[in-house]
Design a protein around this ligand. Structure first.
Ligand code: AMP
Ligand code: MG
Length: 517
């Protein structure tokens, strides 16, 4: 296989930090710092996404694969750099953050999928490491790798992952921040996306009054990643850019709500300017439908980033971005228009997805009430979101009974407690579907394409991690393969489609995760 075609527009076209030392520091007037990955002891491939390898045009069987994607070896055209960015963390401006452990390797021009930037997460210290070690543990690397691939196949915009390479080095982490630090196996994920620019990339120069750098960054982003906007007249570009970022973010939030994904740390440094899901940390999937749930123990008190609050946080984060971009606007009206477009796009997309999950092909007045009522019933009964929606397609419309939904209940008490409300809703739903006058096959196809059978339940990821930590990668491989077809029934894989078992309910890694990774 030929070498990758590196183009590296980001480092060619934007200003570099002239200081090439590793020491932690404030980096002014630059979009990035040059930095090479720090070598690791004994790279060993844990998993590769064959699809991402094919997209990039890299042979996963090449003998130097582990060395390259552990940061021990380079191939022609690769350069190492860490991006400068800031961010609002949990609602507070946190100043400069930057890639403290992610190191960019450059941008590849692919045959069919445009520009793709490669980045090693956990590749060692950078000027943005702020006293931390620049490394990542195997457990969080497996979580990032599997979830980004799973999200892609669910149809949710996301960064992707090429590989996980175990480093052979130990990394010390205090998992629950309770004074019990312990060594864990280290690993590096190679992440892949058209760009890793974040809201925080623009907020940092704006916070310093560096409008020249801000403008350079925005112009670069539009030129490189939004060609349709680059073709507009100069006076319209920035408004169109903010509008586009807003509507992409709105669609992303609607997607997360559709599949039951809770990001867990929606700080503005974790918001992609391309509207991708980025930075998989203490994320989770809601098993029982609970809009107040967050997997992130660090956020347990305020639950700022809880499941049902994500759309509001998307708006909050866009406001922060609008504030950062405001020096480029003479008049704030286009920024307000972008924020309004966020609300409209989210509401329309969320409503459309809600209807699609119910198999309603022709939108009608009253559908929003039907969807809202169902959410109330799901909350009251704590049903498993994924199983409930998937099995709803089994309902007999002529005799709508909750029996077919039995697998979605976690306790008998909940099943009995909600049965009256559920039966009433099912009757209304069945009536509504009959009035839709759509072909049954079409309705079922829509439901099956909107309601996955397989999602990366937190406990499933943890089981694969436990095996991998013992040197057995079969759990990771099985999940990767299964989650490539989340909407298909896969005979023999029922054990990956069931409810969360009781033992996993309050277990670290299965329902509770800290930012320690
Ligand atoms: P996150 O919570 O993963 O979004 O990270 C927030 C900030 O902390 C980013 O600037 C990261 O690069 C940095 N960071 C997180 N973990 C580490 C680490 N182990 N070493 C260096 N920097 C880190
Ligand atoms: Mg981050």
């Amino acid at each position: 296989m030929t070498d990758l075609r590196f183009d590296n527009a980001f480092t060619h076209e934007l200003p570099a930090d002239p200081d090439t030392h590793l020491a932690s520091r404030q980096v002014q007037g630059a979009a990035f710092s040059w930095v090479e990955p720090s070598p690791v002891a004994a790279p060993r491939v844990v998993a590769v996404s064959g699809e991402v390898a094919a997209m990039l045009g890299i042979d996963p069987a090449r003998p130097d694969f582990a060395e390259i994607f552990a940061g021990n070896a380079t191939i022609p055209g690769m350069t190492g750099y860490a991006m400068a960015y800031g961010g609002h963390q949990f609602g507070q401006w946190a100043g400069q953050l930057g890639d403290g452990r992610a190191i960019g390797l450059g941008e590849v021009l692919t045959a069919h999928d445009g520009r793709q930037e490669l980045q090693l997460k956990g590749a060692g210290r950078t000027p943005y490491s702020r006293g931390a070690d620049g490394r990542a543990v195997l457990r969080s690397s497996i979580r990032e790798f599997l979830c980004s691939e799973a999200m892609h196949h669910l149809g949710v915009p996301t960064t992707r992952a090429l590989s996980i390479v175990a480093t052979g080095d130990a990394v010390v982490r205090d998992v629950m921040y309770d004074g019990n630090p312990a060594p864990e196996p280290g690993a590096i994920v190679c992440r892949v996306a058209p760009s890793f620019l974040r809201f925080g990339s623009y907020e940092l120069p704006a916070s310093r009054g560096d409008t020249a750098l801000l403008r350079q960054l925005v112009d670069f982003t539009i030129r490189t990643h939004f060609p349709a906007i680059a073709a507009l007249s100069e006076g319209d570009r920035y408004a169109a850019f903010f509008h586009e970022v807003s509507t992409r973010t709105a669609r992303l939030m609607a997607e997360w709500m559709r599949v039951g994904f809770v990001h867990g740390v929606m700080n503005t440094d974790n918001m992609s300017i391309l509207g991708l899901t980025i930075d998989y940390g203490p994320y989770g999937w809601t098993d029982d439908f609970n809009l107040d749930w967050t997997p992130n123990t660090t956020d347990r008190r305020n639950r700022r980033y809880r499941f049902g609050h994500q759309p509001q946080i998307g708006y909050w984060n866009l406001q922060a971005l609008a504030q950062a971009l405001s020096p480029l606007f003479d008049d704030a009206a286009p920024l307000h228009a972008g924020l309004n477009a966020y609300v409209q796009t989210f509401e329309a997309t969320d409503a459309a997805y809600g209807a699609a999950k119910l198999g309603l092909l022709h939108a009608r007045d009253g559908d929003e009430e039907l969807i809202a009522e169902l959410r109330g019933v799901l909350v009251a009964g704590g049903m498993d979101m994924t199983i409930f929606y998937r099995d709803l397609a089994l309902l007999d419309l002529d005799s709508p009974h909750a029996g077919v939904l039995g697998a979605a209940f976690y306790t008998d008490e909940q099943r009995v407690g909600v049965s009256e409300a559920l039966d009433a809703w099912l009757k209304r739903y069945a009536q509504r579907v009959r009035e839709d006058e759509a072909a049954e096959s079409e309705r079922l196809a829509l439901m099956h394409a909107s309601n996955p059978r397989y999602v990366l339940r937190n406990y499933l990821a943890q089981q694969a991690i436990d095996k991998a930590e013992q040197g057995d990668n079969s759990g990771v491989e099985e999940l990767l393969e299964t989650l490539r077809h989340p909407y298909d029934e896969q005979p023999g894989r029922d054990h990956l489609a069931g409810r969360r078992p009781d033992w996993a309910r309050d277990k670290v890694g299965c329902s509770m995760l800290s930012c320690s990774s």
